[in-house]
Structures are given as C-alpha cells and as structure tokens.
Design a protein around this ligand. Structure first.
Ligand code: MBD
Ligand code: FE
Length: 288
C-alpha cells in the first residue's frame, strides 16, 4: 500500500475556493481555445443570457435593493474564489449533457472543480495513495476499458475523490498532496484493479458565497458520495465521469445535478471487510 506523510495543519472548506480559482487561472488554455470565436457567436450567447436576465427582472419586478444585493453577491463570489465552484455546481451539468449526447459508450458527468492532472501512477493493479490511518471502508474495484466494439483498450483511469471528512487533497490544507488521487494504467487487456476507500456524502463549502446562496434560497449543500474518474485511451474520446453508491439519499437531489442511473455502482460486501465493485468503461472512438 502506498502511504504518504500526514501533515498536521487542519483542512478547511473556505480555502478550497481560492485553490480552485488559482489552479484554473494557472491554466491559460481556456482563453486560447476561444480566442478566434466569431463575433456572431459571442453576440448570440451574450445577448440570450442577458435577455434571460431581463425577463427574470420583468417577470418578478426586481427591486433596486435586490439588484444591489445581486451586485454585492457577485463581487463576493469572486473574492471568495468560488466562481469555479458556482459554475461547476449549477451550470456544468448542462454543458456536459450537450457535449456528450452523441456517445454510444459510457455515460459521463461533470468534472467539478477539484481535478488535478498527473496523479502518481499506480499500475493496472494498485492502491490509491492514502494515509496510514485513512478512515473509510475498503473498496476494491475491478474493471476493464473497452472500445464501443468490445475491443479491450490499453488506457488509463485517473481517480480522485474526497476523504471521509469530505475534503480534497490540494484544495483543503493539511492533506498530503496526492492523497486519494491516483493514475491506473492498463495493459493491452484493458483490465484494472483499484483499491481505495469508500468516500462519504459530500457537502459543498457552506462558509462562502455559494453557501450563502444555498441558505438564502432554502436549498441544501449536499452531493451524494462519489468517485471522480477520467478514463482515456489513444484514439478515443476522453470520458469524465463520477460513480455513485446505491441508496445515498442525495442521489435524487444532488446539488450539482450530476447523477445518472448508469453511474450508480453495485457494491458487494466482502467477507474480509469493505466492498467489492465491478464497473467497466466503454469509450467512443474519436470522431474523424
Ligand atoms: C465537488 O466535489 C464536486 O464534485 C462538484 C461537482 C462540485 C463541488 C465539489
Ligand atoms: Fe467531487
């Protein structure tokens, strides 16, 4: 089992937003990707978003107090570093939907704000980096990566998830850098076996602007327990997904609307403790 040192600083929800913003800003590619977007496209999108806002203001006779509260809140979202959180929780699921509807292979879902590339390689069969005293039941996951025609693919599964307290390494302080983050590369048979721990239900940070919106609106901050994955193989579309556990009370009312029935696991209790899961990935060939 891979173990990593255990710093003593305590994890906190508030720091996650700032880390997510810094990490996103460090990657300049989002701007490069839309640099040459035609004015017509920008015009259409910006105009329609604004028209939707105008309609809401008219339909509900929005007051100046409410307009100013909105301004103050938008400013605060930026100051809290919570734009990545806000967008990934309340917008990304529709972007994912329209961009993957052509797929015949696995359903995917949103990436969320806490992916970090290049997690340490553990081989086709391995244990994700974790602390000696990591809490949570053991989870042993067997699977295979294939193409839509059934051919096994030499590929990789990048897995990341929260710890039993709902904190992600590199976004909450006090957690070893690569804790519960690993890359599992398969051989030509596409098979992998990953050992990790079963994560707990997750609450998005409540101590920032997104939390203020949630409590002001009478919503709840919960996501069901989930495992994040990116699955890739040469010549195939990258699959970004999350896997969920049956019976989680938030599978039906995920704050981020990211649960799909195809992504719910079927864990089996093991005689030696913990759970065994079997979940395979089918990747779509890249469109030419
Ligand atoms: C998460 O862990 C997550 O997966 C999403 C989508 C949003 C916030 C935190
Ligand atoms: Fe998550």
């Amino acid at each position: 089992m891979t173990t990593v040192e255990h710093p003593t600083e305590t994890a906190s929800a508030a720091a996650s937003g700032a880390s997510a913003t810094e990490r996103f800003q460090a990657d300049k590619s989002p701007f490069a990707a839309v640099k040459d977007t035609a004015p017509e496209r920008v015009n259409t999108l910006a105009r329609e978003v604004l028209a939707a806002v105008h309609k809401t203001v008219r339909d509900h006779n929005v007051t100046y107090d409410e307009y100013n509260a909105l301004k103050a809140w938008l400013i605060q979202v930026g100051q809290d570093g919570e734009w990545p959180l806000f967008l990934d929780v309340w917008v990304e699921h529709v972007v994912e939907e329209v961009n993957t509807s052509h797929r015949e292979g696995n359903k995917g879902t949103i990436e969320g704000p806490y992916y970090v590339p290049d997690a340490p390689e553990q081989g086709a069969q391995g244990t994700i980096p974790m602390r000696d005293n990591e809490s949570g039941d053991a989870l042993v996951w067997d699977g295979v990566i294939t193409s839509t025609d059934g051919t096994p693919l030499q590929g990789k599964v990048e897995l990341w998830h929260a710890d039993a307290d709902g904190f992600y390494a590199q976004f909450a302080p006090g957690i070893p850098e690569w804790n519960l983050r690993g890359t599992f590369s398969t051989g030509a048979d596409g098979k992998f076996q990953i050992t990790t721990i079963r994560p707990a239900p997750y609450q998005i940070p409540t101590d920032g602007s997104c939390g203020k919106l949630i409590s002001a609106a009478g919503w709840h901050p919960w996501r069901p327990a989930h495992l994040h994955v990116k699955v890739s193989a040469p010549g195939h579309e990258l699959l970004t997904a999350q896997l969920y556990f049956p019976g989680d009370e938030h599978n039906d009312d995920d704050v981020a609307d990211a649960v799909k029935p195809e992504l719910i696991l079927d864990p089996q209790a093991r005689a030696e403790g913990g759970y065994a899961i079997q979940y395979n990935f089918v990747l779509d060939p890249e469109q030419s």
